[in-house]
Design a protein around this ligand. Structure first.
Ligand code: BDR
Ligand code: CA
Length: 333
Protein backbone atom coordinates (compact mmCIF):
# COMPACT_ATOMS: atom_id res chain seq x y z
CA UNK A 1 0.00 0.00 0.00
CA UNK A 2 1.45 3.35 -0.98
CA UNK A 3 1.96 6.25 1.36
CA UNK A 4 2.34 8.88 -1.32
CA UNK A 5 -1.14 10.25 -0.79
CA UNK A 6 -0.19 13.01 1.63
CA UNK A 7 3.54 13.41 1.25
CA UNK A 8 5.03 16.83 0.93
CA UNK A 9 8.38 18.52 0.99
CA UNK A 10 9.75 20.69 2.39
CA UNK A 11 8.07 20.82 5.82
CA UNK A 12 5.65 23.65 6.16
CA UNK A 13 7.77 25.42 8.72
CA UNK A 14 8.93 28.92 7.82
CA UNK A 15 12.61 29.53 8.50
CA UNK A 16 13.34 31.81 11.47
CA UNK A 17 14.41 35.23 10.21
CA UNK A 18 16.29 38.00 11.97
CA UNK A 19 18.09 41.24 11.16
CA UNK A 20 21.88 41.20 11.18
CA UNK A 21 23.81 44.24 12.54
CA UNK A 22 23.68 45.83 9.08
CA UNK A 23 19.89 45.54 9.01
CA UNK A 24 19.95 42.72 6.44
CA UNK A 25 17.52 39.82 6.84
CA UNK A 26 19.28 36.58 7.63
CA UNK A 27 18.01 33.06 8.25
CA UNK A 28 18.61 32.05 11.85
CA UNK A 29 19.79 28.56 12.65
CA UNK A 30 17.32 26.55 14.73
CA UNK A 31 18.11 26.05 18.43
CA UNK A 32 18.87 22.39 19.10
CA UNK A 33 19.32 20.24 22.20
CA UNK A 34 20.70 16.85 21.24
CA UNK A 35 19.89 13.92 23.52
CA UNK A 36 22.17 11.06 22.53
CA UNK A 37 24.06 7.84 23.29
CA UNK A 38 27.29 8.12 21.22
CA UNK A 39 27.61 5.87 19.22
CA UNK A 40 29.31 6.49 15.86
CA UNK A 41 26.30 8.03 14.17
CA UNK A 42 25.50 10.11 17.27
CA UNK A 43 29.00 11.64 17.06
CA UNK A 44 28.37 12.62 13.44
CA UNK A 45 24.96 14.01 14.41
CA UNK A 46 26.52 16.28 17.06
CA UNK A 47 28.97 17.60 14.46
CA UNK A 48 26.17 18.30 11.97
CA UNK A 49 23.99 19.88 14.68
CA UNK A 50 26.81 22.21 15.75
CA UNK A 51 27.38 23.28 12.14
CA UNK A 52 23.88 23.47 10.65
CA UNK A 53 21.97 24.42 13.77
CA UNK A 54 22.53 26.47 16.90
CA UNK A 55 23.48 23.73 19.34
CA UNK A 56 22.51 24.81 22.86
CA UNK A 57 23.47 21.71 24.79
CA UNK A 58 23.92 17.95 24.73
CA UNK A 59 22.35 15.40 27.06
CA UNK A 60 23.33 11.76 27.34
CA UNK A 61 21.50 8.53 27.98
CA UNK A 62 22.47 4.86 28.22
CA UNK A 63 21.76 2.97 25.03
CA UNK A 64 24.43 1.91 22.60
CA UNK A 65 26.73 1.46 25.61
CA UNK A 66 26.65 2.40 29.31
CA UNK A 67 25.91 5.95 30.44
CA UNK A 68 29.51 6.31 31.57
CA UNK A 69 30.76 5.63 28.04
CA UNK A 70 28.08 7.61 26.17
CA UNK A 71 28.78 10.61 28.41
CA UNK A 72 32.53 10.37 28.00
CA UNK A 73 32.08 10.09 24.22
CA UNK A 74 29.76 13.11 24.08
CA UNK A 75 32.21 15.17 26.11
CA UNK A 76 35.04 14.09 23.80
CA UNK A 77 33.11 15.07 20.66
CA UNK A 78 32.07 18.46 22.07
CA UNK A 79 35.66 19.06 23.17
CA UNK A 80 37.05 18.18 19.75
CA UNK A 81 34.51 20.44 18.07
CA UNK A 82 35.67 23.22 20.38
CA UNK A 83 32.14 24.34 21.15
CA UNK A 84 31.26 26.09 24.36
CA UNK A 85 28.15 24.20 25.39
CA UNK A 86 27.14 22.13 28.40
CA UNK A 87 26.87 18.35 28.47
CA UNK A 88 24.46 16.85 31.04
CA UNK A 89 24.23 13.13 31.72
CA UNK A 90 20.90 11.46 32.32
CA UNK A 91 19.34 8.03 32.62
CA UNK A 92 21.54 4.98 33.14
CA UNK A 93 18.80 2.59 32.01
CA UNK A 94 15.17 2.26 30.93
CA UNK A 95 12.24 3.67 32.94
CA UNK A 96 10.99 0.24 34.03
CA UNK A 97 14.25 -0.52 35.87
CA UNK A 98 15.43 -3.19 33.41
CA UNK A 99 19.14 -3.25 32.64
CA UNK A 100 18.63 -2.49 28.96
CA UNK A 101 20.46 -4.30 26.20
CA UNK A 102 23.45 -2.34 24.93
CA UNK A 103 24.59 -2.38 21.28
CA UNK A 104 28.31 -2.75 21.98
CA UNK A 105 28.38 -5.50 19.33
CA UNK A 106 27.70 -2.69 16.82
CA UNK A 107 29.62 0.23 18.33
CA UNK A 108 32.36 -1.55 20.33
CA UNK A 109 32.90 -1.75 24.09
CA UNK A 110 33.40 2.01 24.48
CA UNK A 111 30.77 2.92 21.88
CA UNK A 112 33.18 4.39 19.33
CA UNK A 113 35.28 1.50 18.03
CA UNK A 114 37.90 2.68 15.54
CA UNK A 115 37.91 6.32 16.70
CA UNK A 116 40.90 7.82 18.38
CA UNK A 117 39.62 9.79 21.37
CA UNK A 118 41.46 12.61 23.11
CA UNK A 119 41.97 12.72 26.84
CA UNK A 120 38.70 14.22 27.99
CA UNK A 121 39.17 17.40 29.99
CA UNK A 122 35.58 18.61 29.89
CA UNK A 123 33.18 17.66 32.66
CA UNK A 124 29.45 17.17 32.84
CA UNK A 125 27.55 20.23 34.00
CA UNK A 126 25.01 18.04 35.86
CA UNK A 127 23.72 14.49 36.08
CA UNK A 128 20.08 15.48 35.59
CA UNK A 129 19.54 15.70 31.84
CA UNK A 130 15.76 16.00 32.19
CA UNK A 131 16.07 19.00 34.49
CA UNK A 132 18.52 20.62 32.07
CA UNK A 133 16.09 20.10 29.18
CA UNK A 134 13.34 21.76 31.22
CA UNK A 135 15.42 24.78 32.19
CA UNK A 136 17.23 25.22 28.83
CA UNK A 137 13.90 25.34 27.01
CA UNK A 138 12.72 28.16 29.29
CA UNK A 139 15.81 30.09 28.27
CA UNK A 140 15.43 29.06 24.61
CA UNK A 141 11.71 28.79 23.85
CA UNK A 142 11.11 27.31 20.42
CA UNK A 143 14.13 25.01 20.59
CA UNK A 144 14.00 21.58 18.99
CA UNK A 145 14.89 18.48 20.97
CA UNK A 146 16.75 16.03 18.76
CA UNK A 147 16.41 12.60 20.37
CA UNK A 148 18.83 10.07 18.90
CA UNK A 149 19.08 7.54 21.71
CA UNK A 150 16.52 5.75 23.89
CA UNK A 151 13.80 8.22 24.92
CA UNK A 152 14.27 7.88 28.69
CA UNK A 153 15.48 11.43 29.40
CA UNK A 154 12.81 13.02 27.21
CA UNK A 155 10.03 10.98 28.81
CA UNK A 156 11.32 11.91 32.26
CA UNK A 157 11.27 15.60 31.37
CA UNK A 158 7.74 15.29 29.95
CA UNK A 159 6.49 13.44 33.02
CA UNK A 160 7.92 16.10 35.31
CA UNK A 161 6.49 18.93 33.25
CA UNK A 162 4.02 18.01 30.47
CA UNK A 163 3.76 21.68 29.42
CA UNK A 164 7.29 21.33 28.02
CA UNK A 165 5.57 20.57 24.70
CA UNK A 166 4.24 24.13 24.55
CA UNK A 167 7.60 25.83 24.72
CA UNK A 168 9.54 23.68 22.25
CA UNK A 169 9.13 23.56 18.48
CA UNK A 170 9.05 19.79 18.68
CA UNK A 171 11.01 16.59 19.06
CA UNK A 172 12.93 15.10 16.15
CA UNK A 173 13.37 11.40 16.83
CA UNK A 174 15.64 8.82 15.27
CA UNK A 175 13.76 5.70 16.17
CA UNK A 176 11.27 3.10 15.05
CA UNK A 177 10.31 2.21 11.53
CA UNK A 178 7.98 -0.12 9.70
CA UNK A 179 10.45 -2.93 10.41
CA UNK A 180 13.12 -3.60 13.00
CA UNK A 181 16.85 -3.99 13.48
CA UNK A 182 17.31 -5.17 17.08
CA UNK A 183 14.36 -7.52 16.53
CA UNK A 184 12.27 -8.32 13.47
CA UNK A 185 9.73 -5.74 14.63
CA UNK A 186 11.62 -3.17 16.69
CA UNK A 187 14.29 -0.57 16.17
CA UNK A 188 17.01 -0.29 18.82
CA UNK A 189 16.24 3.11 20.45
CA UNK A 190 12.54 2.38 20.90
CA UNK A 191 13.16 -1.24 21.93
CA UNK A 192 15.62 -0.15 24.65
CA UNK A 193 12.89 1.77 26.49
CA UNK A 194 9.41 1.26 24.98
CA UNK A 195 7.63 2.78 28.01
CA UNK A 196 9.59 6.00 27.56
CA UNK A 197 8.85 6.01 23.83
CA UNK A 198 5.14 5.56 24.51
CA UNK A 199 5.15 8.58 26.84
CA UNK A 200 6.88 10.71 24.20
CA UNK A 201 4.68 9.63 21.29
CA UNK A 202 1.53 10.21 23.37
CA UNK A 203 2.71 13.53 24.82
CA UNK A 204 1.09 15.77 22.22
CA UNK A 205 4.48 17.18 21.20
CA UNK A 206 5.04 17.91 17.56
CA UNK A 207 7.12 14.91 16.48
CA UNK A 208 9.32 14.33 13.47
CA UNK A 209 10.24 10.67 13.12
CA UNK A 210 13.22 9.41 11.18
CA UNK A 211 12.67 5.67 11.29
CA UNK A 212 14.73 2.92 9.72
CA UNK A 213 12.84 3.35 6.44
CA UNK A 214 14.55 6.70 5.86
CA UNK A 215 17.81 6.22 7.76
CA UNK A 216 18.64 3.13 5.71
CA UNK A 217 18.94 5.49 2.73
CA UNK A 218 21.94 7.31 4.27
CA UNK A 219 24.97 5.03 4.30
CA UNK A 220 28.59 4.97 5.38
CA UNK A 221 30.30 3.92 2.16
CA UNK A 222 33.98 3.34 1.41
CA UNK A 223 33.80 6.57 -0.62
CA UNK A 224 32.64 8.53 2.43
CA UNK A 225 35.43 7.05 4.55
CA UNK A 226 37.95 8.00 1.82
CA UNK A 227 36.51 11.52 1.61
CA UNK A 228 37.04 12.11 5.33
CA UNK A 229 40.69 11.07 4.90
CA UNK A 230 41.15 14.03 2.53
CA UNK A 231 39.79 16.70 4.89
CA UNK A 232 42.99 17.28 6.81
CA UNK A 233 41.72 18.79 10.09
CA UNK A 234 41.60 17.11 13.50
CA UNK A 235 37.89 16.31 13.36
CA UNK A 236 38.39 14.90 9.87
CA UNK A 237 40.99 12.48 11.21
CA UNK A 238 38.71 11.55 14.08
CA UNK A 239 35.79 11.01 11.68
CA UNK A 240 37.92 8.91 9.37
CA UNK A 241 38.89 6.48 12.15
CA UNK A 242 35.34 6.49 13.48
CA UNK A 243 33.62 5.76 10.17
CA UNK A 244 36.23 3.22 9.04
CA UNK A 245 35.96 1.40 12.39
CA UNK A 246 32.15 1.41 12.26
CA UNK A 247 32.07 0.10 8.69
CA UNK A 248 34.64 -2.60 9.41
CA UNK A 249 32.77 -3.74 12.50
CA UNK A 250 29.44 -3.97 10.63
CA UNK A 251 31.10 -6.08 7.94
CA UNK A 252 32.70 -8.36 10.54
CA UNK A 253 29.42 -8.65 12.41
CA UNK A 254 27.30 -9.51 9.40
CA UNK A 255 29.93 -11.44 7.45
CA UNK A 256 28.86 -9.47 4.42
CA UNK A 257 30.28 -6.60 2.43
CA UNK A 258 27.52 -4.26 3.55
CA UNK A 259 27.48 -0.55 4.12
CA UNK A 260 26.81 0.85 7.58
CA UNK A 261 23.89 3.16 8.30
CA UNK A 262 24.21 6.81 9.35
CA UNK A 263 21.01 6.83 11.35
CA UNK A 264 21.27 9.77 13.72
CA UNK A 265 22.34 12.69 11.47
CA UNK A 266 18.96 12.25 9.73
CA UNK A 267 17.12 13.52 12.83
CA UNK A 268 19.29 16.66 12.88
CA UNK A 269 19.01 17.25 9.14
CA UNK A 270 15.22 16.90 9.30
CA UNK A 271 15.28 20.16 11.29
CA UNK A 272 18.18 22.02 9.71
CA UNK A 273 17.72 20.93 6.08
CA UNK A 274 14.09 19.79 5.73
CA UNK A 275 14.07 20.44 1.98
CA UNK A 276 16.17 17.31 1.39
CA UNK A 277 13.39 15.10 2.81
CA UNK A 278 9.90 14.06 1.88
CA UNK A 279 7.54 13.81 4.83
CA UNK A 280 4.12 12.29 5.36
CA UNK A 281 1.70 12.87 8.24
CA UNK A 282 1.16 9.62 10.11
CA UNK A 283 -0.44 8.14 13.20
CA UNK A 284 2.24 6.20 15.11
CA UNK A 285 1.87 4.13 18.27
CA UNK A 286 4.40 2.19 20.31
CA UNK A 287 3.95 -1.49 21.11
CA UNK A 288 4.86 -2.09 24.76
CA UNK A 289 3.35 -5.53 25.33
CA UNK A 290 3.67 -7.74 22.26
CA UNK A 291 5.36 -11.10 22.70
CA UNK A 292 7.26 -10.62 19.46
CA UNK A 293 6.70 -6.94 18.87
CA UNK A 294 7.70 -5.09 22.08
CA UNK A 295 9.33 -1.81 21.09
CA UNK A 296 7.83 -1.72 17.62
CA UNK A 297 6.42 1.52 16.24
CA UNK A 298 3.18 0.85 14.46
CA UNK A 299 2.99 3.32 11.58
CA UNK A 300 -0.50 3.58 10.16
CA UNK A 301 -0.09 3.54 6.39
CA UNK A 302 -3.68 2.90 5.40
CA UNK A 303 -4.45 5.27 2.58
CA UNK A 304 -7.73 6.41 4.14
CA UNK A 305 -6.06 7.27 7.50
CA UNK A 306 -4.79 10.58 6.17
CA UNK A 307 -3.26 13.10 8.52
CA UNK A 308 -1.78 12.30 11.92
CA UNK A 309 0.39 14.09 14.39
CA UNK A 310 3.74 12.58 13.45
CA UNK A 311 5.77 14.02 10.58
CA UNK A 312 7.15 10.77 9.23
CA UNK A 313 10.30 11.13 7.11
CA UNK A 314 9.94 9.00 4.02
CA UNK A 315 12.90 9.86 1.82
CA UNK A 316 16.18 11.71 2.12
CA UNK A 317 18.41 13.02 -0.65
CA UNK A 318 21.39 10.95 0.51
CA UNK A 319 23.86 12.57 -1.86
CA UNK A 320 23.06 16.04 -0.54
CA UNK A 321 23.01 14.80 3.06
CA UNK A 322 26.48 13.31 2.61
CA UNK A 323 27.76 16.62 1.18
CA UNK A 324 26.36 18.46 4.19
CA UNK A 325 27.96 16.01 6.62
CA UNK A 326 31.33 16.36 4.89
CA UNK A 327 31.05 20.15 4.95
CA UNK A 328 30.27 20.06 8.68
CA UNK A 329 33.37 17.94 9.33
CA UNK A 330 35.41 20.28 7.15
CA UNK A 331 34.22 23.31 9.12
CA UNK A 332 35.27 21.73 12.44
CA UNK A 333 38.72 22.37 13.96
C1 BDR B 1 19.91 3.67 16.50
O1 BDR B 1 20.50 2.80 17.45
C2 BDR B 1 21.83 3.16 17.69
O2 BDR B 1 22.66 2.05 17.57
C3 BDR B 1 22.20 4.24 16.72
O3 BDR B 1 23.03 5.19 17.34
C4 BDR B 1 20.85 4.82 16.33
O4 BDR B 1 20.49 5.88 17.19
C5 BDR B 1 19.63 2.90 15.22
O5 BDR B 1 18.75 1.84 15.46
CA1 CA C 1 22.08 6.87 18.78
Amino acid sequence: MGIQSNTHSPMSQPPKMALDPMGKTVVMKPDLIIDCDPGHDDAMAICVGANRGHLIGVTTVAGNVSLEHTTNNALAVVQMLGIDIEVHSGAAGPLNGDDGRFASFVHGENGLIGASLPEVTRQVASTDAADYILSATIEHPGAWIVAIGPLTNIATALERHPALIDRISGISIMGGGTYGNISAAAEFNIHFDPEAAEIVFKSGARIIQCGLDVTHQLLVTDALVDATAQIGNGFGRFSNGLLAGYLENIRLLTGESLEAVLYDPCAVLAITDPEIFEFADRYVSVETRGEHTRGMTLVDQRSWMRGGPVKWAETIDAERATEIILSAITAAP
